[in-house]
Write a protein that binds this ligand. Sequence first.
Ligand code: ADP
Ligand code: ADP
Length: 218
Amino acid sequence: PLGVDVRDVEFTYDGGTPALRRTSLSVAPGEHVGISGPSGAGKTTLARLLLRLWVPDSGTITFASGDGRTVDSWALPEPSFRRMVTLVEQDSPVFHGSVLDNMHLADPAATEEDVLDALDRAGLPLGGKRWTSGVDTLIGEQGMSLSGGERARFCLARALLLKPKLLVLDETTASLDAASERALLDAVSRLAGETTVITISHRESTLAACDRRVQLGV
Ligand code: ADP
Ligand code: ADP
C-alpha cells in the first residue's frame, strides 16, 4: 500500500476563487481515511489532485511506500501511476458493452480469471445471482443494465483489476440504499492493509467505516 503526504497544497480553477487553500493531510500506508466537509470545501478537487488530473498551484503531493521510501507524485511515470492510484467517483462511467468488455477497456490484458477475481473482491461473487441475460456470472451482463448498487461495486471491481496501491472513493456511496452501501463498504474493508483507501463522503454511515476522519474546509 502507498501512503500519501499532501503538504500546503493550493489550487484555484481558472477565473475562480481558491478551491483548496494550503491544505495538508497525511495518510499512512494501508490506512483507511475518511474525508468530510461541506459542499464546496474542495474534496473533489483534492481527489483530482491526488489522481494528477490537475496540477497544484503550490505545495507538494508525495507518496510513501511501506518501506519508508518517498517519491514526488509527478516523478512517477504515467502508465505505472495510473495503476498505482485509482479513483472511483459517484458516477464513474460505464460504457456500452458487457461487464467483461468494460473491464477490458480498463485493462486489455486482463484474463477472465482476473475479472472474476476483481468482481469477487468487490462483492459481486461468481454465481451470486442469476443475471437477466441467463449467464451464471456477471461478466456477460450489459454494463448499463446493472442496478445502482451493482454498478457501484462493478466500478470498484474495475478499479481493483488494476491492483491499486491507493484507492480514492469520491462519494461512491452517495446515491446507494443502505444495503448496497453496506455491500460496497464490506468490500472496501476487506482491502485493509493491502490498499490504502481515501473515502470522500458526506454520509455518516460511510465515514463510520473509516479508521480516521479528516474534515476539509474548516
Ligand atoms: P466539494 O467536493 O467539497 O464539494 P469541489 O472540489 O467540488 O468541492 O469544489 C471546490 C470549489 O471549486 C467550489 O467553489 C467549486 O465551485 C469549484 N470548482 C469545482 N470544480 C470546478 C471546475 N471544474 N471549474 C471551476 N470551478 C470548480
Ligand atoms: P514531462 O513529461 O514533459 O517531463 P512532467 O510529467 O514532468 O512533464 O510534468 C507534467 C506536468 O506536471 C507539467 O505541467 C509540469 O509543470 C507539472 N509538474 C511537474 N513536476 C511537478 C511537481 N513537482 N509539482 C507540481 N507539478 C509538476
